[in-house]
Design a protein around this ligand. Structure first.
Ligand SMILES: *Cc1c(COP(=O)(O)O)cnc(C)c1O
Length: 401
C-alpha cells in the first residue's frame, strides 16, 4: 500500500472558510454580539445602539456592589497603596500581603482552613481538576455544570462521567461502577441557568462513602445564600476535608477574580501544581484590597439580601398567573422563564427590549433543546417598581396573540 502524498491544495484554508462559517452562525441565530455600554454595571444600562437606557435584568451583580461607592473607594485606596500591576506570578515575584490577607479572610468566611486566589473563576476551574487528578482517574459531573468545569475535567485527562441533573441515585450507581483510583464529584452549588441548588448533603455523603473529592463551584451562591452570604456550604451547614470550595468575586462580590478554599495541605498542593495559578501574572493587588471591603459588605449585607429575597418573591407572585410560560422552581436571584421555542424566546426578548427592558434569551446548546428561556436575574440594586415594570411587560406579552 502506498501513501497518497498530501496535496497542499486540499488543505482547508481557514481564512477562506471563516466568512462562510460566520454567516452560517448568523443564519442559525447563534451569532453572539457584544453591546457597548456607556454606563457602569447597574439596573440602568445605556447601550450605544439605542437612544435611551434599558432596565437590565442580566448581570450577576446580585448585591448591587459592582458600582457601590464604598467599594470603588476601596479600589482607589488599594491602588494608592499597591499600585496597579502585580509584576509577575506570585510564586516568582512575591505574594503581596494584601493578597495573603484576602485569602485568609475568604477562607475563614466560608469556613475553610486556607484559600488560594485566582484571576477568574474560569481559571480556577480549568486549573484545579488537572492538579488533583490525571489519566485513569474519574470525574463525576452534573450535566448542567458550568462550561469551565467541563473544560477543567477534560484538561485533567481523567475520565469524565456525567450524571443527570441533581440525580443522586444515578451518581451513586456511577460511583459504584467505577474502579478509578481517584474520584472527584463536581457540581455547581447554584446552577447558573436554572437557579436551583445542588443536593450538597447527599453529594457529600456519596463522596465520603466513595472516598472522593467534592468540588463545589459556588459562583452564584457566594455572597447570596447561607447565613451572612457565606455560600451554599454554610446554607446546608456542611464542612468536610473532602470539600473544595470555589467562589467567584466578580458576581455578588462585585469586583473580579475567584478563590478555591479547602484544607491547608490541599491548598498547598494547589499552589505547587495548578498551572493556571503558577503560569499567570498575579491579579492586581488593588483588587484584593477591594475584595476585603466586599467581604465586609457581604457579611453586613443582610439588608441587601432581604431586599433581594423580597424582589424574588414579588417576581414569582407576579408571574404565577402565566399560562404558557413558566418560571423554573428557583429561590435564588436566577429566575429562568421557560418559553420553550427558540424563535419565540428570541422574539419575546426583542419585544422586551423595544419596551426598554433587557432580559437575555438563552437557547440551546447552553440549555437543553426545547427549554429556551429568558434568564431573569434580580439584584439588590433593583427597586420593587422596576420589577413591577418587568412583570407587567411579561404578562402583557404572554397574552398577546
Ligand atoms: C461565572 C461562572 C464561572 C466563571 O467565573 P468567572 O470569574 O466569571 O470566570 C464559573 N462557574 C460558574 C458556575 C459561573 O457561573
Amino acid at each position: 500500500m502506498t501513501d497518497t502524498p498530501f496535496n497542499p491544495d486540499d488543505a482547508l484554508d481557514p481564512l477562506a472558510s471563516l466568512p462562510g462559517e460566520l454567516a452560517a452562525l448568523k443564519e442559525a441565530g447563534l451569532y453572539r454580539q457584544r453591546r457597548n455600554l456607556q454606563t457602569p454595571c447597574g439596573p440602568l444600562a445605556q447601550r450605544d445602539d439605542l437612544p435611551g437606557p434599558l432596565l437590565a435584568f442580566c448581570s450577576n451583580d446580585y448585591l448591587g456592589l459592582a458600582n457601590e461607592p464604598a467599594l470603588a473607594e476601596a479600589a482607589i485606596e488599594g491602588t494608592r497603596r499597591w499600585g496597579v500591576g502585580s509584576g509577575a506570578s506570585q510564586l516568582v515575584s512575591g505574594h503581596y500581603q494584601v493578597n495573603a490577607d484576602m485569602e485568609a479572610r475568604l477562607a475563614a468566611f466560608v469556613g475553610m482552613e486556607a484559600a488560594l486566589e485566582f484571576s477568574t473563576g474560569f481559571m480556577a476551574n480549568i486549573g484545579v481538576m488537572p492538579a488533583l487528578l490525571g489519566r485513569g482517574d474519574a470525574i463525576f459531573a452534573d450535566k448542567l455544570n458550568h462550561a469551565s468545569l467541563v473544560d477543567g475535567a477534560l484538561l485533567s485527562r481523567a475520565e469524565l462521567i456525567r450524571y443527570p441533573h441533581n440525580d443522586v441515585a444515578a451518581l451513586a450507581a456511577r460511583l459504584e461502577a467505577s474502579r478509578a483510583p481517584r474520584k472527584l464529584i463536581v457540581t455547581d452549588g447554584v446552577f447558573s441557568m436554572d437557579g436551583d441548588l445542588a443536593p450538597l448533603p447527599e453529594l457529600l455523603a456519596l463522596a465520603e462513602t466513595h472516598k472522593a473529592w467534592l468540588l463545589v463551584d459556588d459562583a452564584h451562591g457566594f455572597g447570596v445564600i447561607g447565613p451572612q452570604g457565606r455560600g451554599s456550604l454554610a446554607h446546608f451547614g456542611l464542612s468536610s476535608p473532602r470539600i473544595l470550595y470555589m467562589g467567584t468575586l466578580g458576581k455578588a462580590a462585585g469586583v473580579g477574580g475567584a478563590f478555591v478554599a479547602g484544607r491547608r495541605d490541599v491548598i498547598e498542593w494547589l499552589v505547587n501544581k495548578t498551572r493556571s495559578y503558577i503560569f499567570t501574572t498575579g491579579a492586581p493587588p488593588l483588587l484584593a484590597h477591594a475584595v476585603l471591603k466586599a467581604v465586609e459588605l457581604i457579611e453586613q449585607g443582610d439588608a441587601r439580601r432581604a431586599h433581594l429575597t423580597a424582589l424574588i418573591g414579588h417576581l414569582k407572585a407576579g408571574l404565577a398567573g402565566l399560562t404558557r410560560w413558566k418560571l423554573l422552581p428557583s429561590d435564588t436571584p436566577i429566575q429562568p422563564l421557560v418559553i420553550g421555542d427558540n424563535h419565540e424566546t428570541l422574539a419575546v426578548s426583542r419585544a422586551l427590549e423595544a419596551e426598554g427592558l433587557w432580559v437575555p434569551a438563552i437557547r440551546p446548546p447552553t440549555v437543553p433543546k426545547g427549554s429556551a428561556r429568558l434568564r431573569i436575574v434580580l439584584s439588590a440594586a433593583h427597586s420593587l417598581a422596576q420589577v413591577d415594570q418587568l412583570i407587567a411587560a411579561l404578562v402583557r406579552l404572554e397574552a398577546r396573540p
